[in-house]
Design a protein around this ligand. Structure first.
Ligand SMILES: Cc1cc2nc3c(=O)[nH]c(=O)nc-3n(C[C@H](O)[C@H](O)[C@H](O)COP(=O)(O)OP(=O)(O)OC[C@H]3O[C@@H](n4cnc5c(N)ncnc54)[C@H](O)[C@@H]3O)c2cc1C
Length: 431
């Protein structure tokens, strides 16, 4: 054992930053933390936890933590953030704790882009385990479709290289099956796309334009070419000085979009949306892919939140209007509603099948509420009411957008029945 390995397996006093990460609600409460820097240290931590008969959990950024670990060993991968790009094979080799920001930065000089989502601070591993809905998703498909290999440690301390040929069942499961299989990922290889620039940004409409926007947007979003991916956020901005004056305290509909074609064609494609009416903000421009986080401008400051989602096979305008109304200024607490029109490459099967399901879904509806002193039960009661409004179209839910320790819901399973049974068989078979 090297000096470095020895250090990593020593007990570390539980530290708030590593126990919570980005999500401040329900932090882990481990008996010890292993701040791993190598795959071998992760393996040793797993072996050590098994020898002591205690549970372990892995955390990269904390964005997607559901339930806290009580006692046991927390393996923190934040220091495992190395990324290497092979421009010839358009592949990124990524250590398990890397964030998308690191991959975007490493790929950009080669004119390449990873299948990252809206927030560059999200961790690559958790995002890919849950499927991954990227900012160019309608063109590229689910991010998990681009995983080429994984390095993992199983519960008995075996280090496995997982590819379509070496471990086909695990390779299927780890791409979209969620993080419940009980293996620790130590590294991944992912395919990159040739995208150096995108055109896009935000169109923000005020409350007076919302009824027209809600009628026009869903059909528009699915009618445009696959190279245009967009989403609609409905939110009430807090009345705070940090918020731009034009948006402060206002109920808005914010269309976020990214297009990989020519800017002039992008301008032509968004004309029907601009025709909905005057915008509070209209920020569409060409940009290097490395600046594409500005399309969403997600908050990068850690905070506490709870959220849920539903994959839908349809949605009528009245139901969407009712959701907007109930989550609007009269709602008992803040609730950001996000509608992601799917389709395009998201509905096509990947080259090597994986566990991402519900590819026939037409929309993903996401709900997220900050927990700034708000009672979680009251937040969930509001979310249940909103989900009830779209229940007739519910197919399932996306693992990546479940925030908090939500119980299963037979009306919104995270996987289709065959895939759920296959994942359960594998979970039981794994050491
Ligand atoms: C602001 C924000 C924006 C987001 N945007 C998007 C988006 O655009 N598209 C999208 O698809 N998702 C998005 N997500 C959801 C995000 O992909 C999930 O929350 C994901 O689980 C985060 O992974 P993480 O590694 O950063 O978080 P973590 O909380 O560290 O990990 C999440 C889960 O993965 C497990 N895990 C992490 N590392 C490992 C490992 N090495 N081995 C085994 N298990 C591991 C953890 O145990 C945990 O269960 C967003 C979330 C937030 C909060």
């Amino acid at each position: 054992m090297s000096h470095q390995d020895h250090d990593a397996t020593e007990a570390h006093a539980p530290d708030d930053g590593r126990c919570s990460g980005y999500q401040l609600a329900r932090p882990h409460r481990p008996a010890r933390i292993v701040p791993a820097t190598t795959a071998e240290q992760v393996r040793q931590a797993v072996v050590d936890a098994a020898a002591r008969g205690v549970p372990y959990a892995v955390q990269a950024t904390g964005h997607g933590r559901r339930a806290p670990l009580d006692g046991g060993v927390l393996i923190s991968t934040t220091r495992m953030n190395g990324v290497r790009v092979d421009a010839c094979t358009r592949t990124a080799r990524v250590q398990a704790g890397a964030t998308w920001a690191r991959v975007i930065e490493a790929a950009a000089p080669h004119g390449l882009a990873p299948p990252n989502g809206s927030a560059p601070g999200v961790g690559v591993t958790g995002y890919l385990l849950g499927g991954g809905l990227g900012i160019l998703a309608r063109e590229q498909g689910w991010a998990a479709d681009h995983v080429r290999a994984l390095d993992v440690v199983t519960g008995d301390g075996a280090a496995l290289r997982v590819t379509a040929h070496s471990e086909p069942e695990l390779f299927w499961a780890l791409r979209g099956g969620g993080s419940g299989l009980g293996v620790a990922v130590t590294g991944l290889e992912i395919g990159l796309a040739s995208v150096a620039r995108v055109w896009g940004g935000q169109l923000v409409f005020g409350a007076d334009r919302l009824p027209d926007l809600l009628r026009a947007y869903p059909d528009w979003a699915r009618s445009v070419p696959d190279a245009l991916t967009s989403s609609l956020a409905l939110l009430v901005y807090p009345d705070l000085p940090v918020v731009p004056a034009a948006l402060r305290g206002r109920h808005v509909g914010q269309v976020r979009l990214a297009w990989t074609g020519a800017p002039e064609e992008g301008e032509r494609l968004v004309a029907p949306l601009r025709a909905v009416g005057p915008r509070l903000a209209d920020r569409l421009a060409g940009m290097p892919y490395a600046a594409s986080h500005t399309v969403h401008s997600d908050p990068d400051r850690p905070h506490a939140y709870d959220g849920d989602n539903v994959l839908l096979d349809g949605l009528d305008a009245d139901a969407l209007a009712a959701v907007a109304e109930e989550a609007g200024p009269a709602a008992p607490m803040r609730c950001v509603v996000q509608l992601n029109p799917l389709g395009g490459a998201l509905s096509r099967p990947p080259r090597v099948p994986n566990a991402v399901g519900f590819r026939g879904a037409r929309h993903l509806l996401r709900l997220l509420s900050p927990l700034d002193g708000t009672d979680t039960r009251a937040v969930r009661a509001l979310h249940r009411r909103l989900l009830g409004l779209v229940a007739p179209w519910a197919l399932g839910r996306s693992p990546n957008f479940v925030f908090g320790d939500h119980p299963g819901d037979p009306a919104r399973p995270e996987h289709e029945p065959d895939a759920a049974a296959r994942l359960e068989r594998l979970r039981r078979a794994l050491p």
